[in-house]
Design a protein around this ligand. Structure first.
Ligand code: DGL
Length: 270
């Protein structure tokens, strides 16, 4: 199976696009809802939680795990790849979302000024700044933490006037910091649910870039380039869901991210 991990529901926005592009594979989603949000947590804690999640997905038959969570990709991916993967199974792989997102940015910005909207954890890690500096040293990056946005989505308040206030506040801040920005990257899996408001409060010429389609295209390309992995993946077109919190609650929220999907959920402990 292909495992998809997120701290909560947000990764479902990525999974939706992956399944849309590659419906034939079998997917296992894990949301660590009991311990979300990861955004404000320290490196050690995010690493420890993410490693537990990866181990749980491997133990259930995943050969490849996508860390759909930017915070986990920023704070745990490299350590897991370098220190844990050998022990967990040399042929298994863990991939993140930051590198593919950065690879896509180069062709999109014209002014070469971009804004990264993300959790405090992702912004504080400087992961986007470092990856962009490596691949596109000519691009000027302004990263803006949006601490209220994930709770607005997790608590179902993303379509309220309160959400307008917090979205406008952060968009105004990033555009004031660099008025030349022509692309805003939604570097958090939860933010696509705020898309209407982000669009409304951004200058019309600014492009808003969600990650789902980018990650899906990048995964397809990865599997094409790695037939040894591709042949190990089952193809029955199934999707199962695991949560560390209440399955009923997961089902209700999951339908917001993945409308018209039959969501079979099991609760696990990490
Ligand atoms: N899913 C996380 C991300 O993409 C945000 C939610 C959280 O803070 O746990 O960064």
């Amino acid at each position: 199976m292909i495992g998809i991990f997120d701290s909560g529901y947000g990764g479902l926005s990525v999974m939706r696009q992956i399944r849309r592009l590659m419906p034939e594979y079998d997917y296992l989603y894990l949301g660590d809802n009991a311990r979300a949000p990861y955004g404000p947590r320290s490196y050690d804690v995010v690493y420890h939680y993410t490693l537990q999640a990866v181990e749980a997905l491997f133990a259930r038959g995943c050969e490849l795990v996508i860390l759909a969570c930017n915070t986990a990709s920023a704070k745990a991916l490299r350590t897991i790849q370098q220190h844990d993967l050998q022990r967990l199974g040399a042929t298994r792989r863990v991939l993140g979302v930051i590198r593919p997102t950065v690879e896509a940015i180069g062709d999109i910005t014209r002014t070469r000024h971009i804004g990264i909207l993300a959790t405090q954890g992702t912004v504080g890690s400087m992961s986007y700044n470092m990856e962009i500096a490596k691949l596109f040293p000519d691009i000027h990056v302004t990263a803006q933490a949006c601490p209220m946005w994930v709770p607005l989505v997790e608590y179902g308040e993303y379509d309220t006037p309160g959400a307008d206030y917090f979205v406008k506040k952060r968009i105004d801040a990033v555009m004031a910091a660099d008025p030349l920005i022509d692309t805003l990257v939604l570097a958090c899996t939860h933010y696509p649910l705020l898309m209407d408001k982000i669009r409304r409060h951004s200058p019309p010429a600014v492009k808003i870039l969600p990650q789902g389609e980018i990650i899906a295209a990048s995964l397809k390309d990865y599997l094409h380039r790695h037939p040894e992995m591709d042949t190990r993946l089952q193809r029955h077109g199934t999707a199962r869901f695991l949560t560390t919190e209440d399955p009923q609650k997961f089902c209700e929220s999951a339908t917001i991210f993945m409308p018209h999907t039959d969501v079979q959920v099991e609760r696990i402990q990490l």
